[in-house]
Design a protein around this ligand. Sequence first.
Ligand SMILES: [Zn+2]
Length: 104
Amino acid sequence: MSQMEIERRQDEAEAYIRSVVMKELCTVMEKTHLTPMAVLRLASRSIGSIYREMAEAHSGIDPCPCGWRPNLESDVELLGMALMTACEHQRTAELRTMRVAGNA
Ligand SMILES: [Zn+2]
């Protein structure tokens, strides 16, 4: 598989996950009246526990045959970086939009 094809599949997967998670977070906020930060924190905790479950399926006796072997320290660092980068990127994009709107 070419690098471009891998990136295309990753972009597609991210867009799909994002739309599903956004829809579900909005549903939860409507039903529970929890704040956006409370709901986002729960979503982050859920990703953490999903990581742990996936890591367990890839460790010990008879692990998943796909070949991935979890490394708690570097995996958590990678997930934390992905979260920070995405938050920062969104903030930058919003500032840019605000600046454009301010000039209009
Ligand atoms: Zn696997």
